[in-house]
Write a protein that binds this ligand. Sequence first.
Ligand SMILES: [Zn+2]
Length: 305
Amino acid sequence: MIRIAVVVLSLLAAALPARAQERTQQRIGVVASFSILGDFVRSVGGDRVAVTTLVGPTGDVHVYTPSPRDAKQIADARLVVVNGLGLEGWLPRLVQSSGGKATIVTVTKGIKTREADEGGDAHGHSHGDDHTDPHAWQSVPNAKIYVANIRDALIATDPAGEATYRANAEAYLAKLDALDREVREQVAKIPAGARKVISTHDAFGYFADAYGISFIAPQGVSTESEVSARDVARIIKQIRASKIPAVFLENISDPRLIQRIAAETGAKIGGTLYSDSLTAENGDAPTYIDMVRHNIRTLTSALAG
Ligand SMILES: [Zn+2]
């Protein structure tokens, strides 16, 4: 009896790796241009897909320099998932040079776009000639459109997985509905007159439009360069004039200037808001849902008084 059990077990052990390998080989190779899209694809694709993300947590998706390894990933992929709206200007050349046969799907299709705010941008990137704001994922209702587009693209690429993709997408869309409600409940806790921050971040236009929190650029301050003491005097004036309760300024590295703003205006200095990239697994925002949740908590704790 025991001997039979041992024999069966060792047969299983011998069979397992082969089967696991087969399963891996059958997975649909999908390349996502950056981490937020990678998270969406994983949520919808589940075990049927093997997702590779080109721009990781420390990279800038706007100005990325692809590596030969990225070209290989694209050459091997069945599907390449991109944001479009001028975000990944480096991608067409990469796809062309890779010589692969992957289908490229732009997952912002169907989203009502907005114009990028004037006055340059916060994280030192260029939107080129196209003035469309590419950061559409910052509104959760838009994220649902991304997910629906990814579901449809996966079904078109791998029709045998249709039931799985539909079930996974439905479950994830329900989570996004809950997340959207959560954000609205959090915003409702902020007094209506206090729903504004000064920020050099240009990535929250869709978030602002969806949830009614204004992101006001500091007047007369270049978002590309370090904020000077003179800029700070202007920012202080602006905070007082517009009664702005909190500031999220990423391009002040001198802590004395930050302290001066806080001391002279009483405005809170906010924490980190994540816009274009998720963090590593042990960070504040390893998934899209974590990112949105982190951002709204950071905003409410700065604004709710
Ligand atoms: Zn950006």
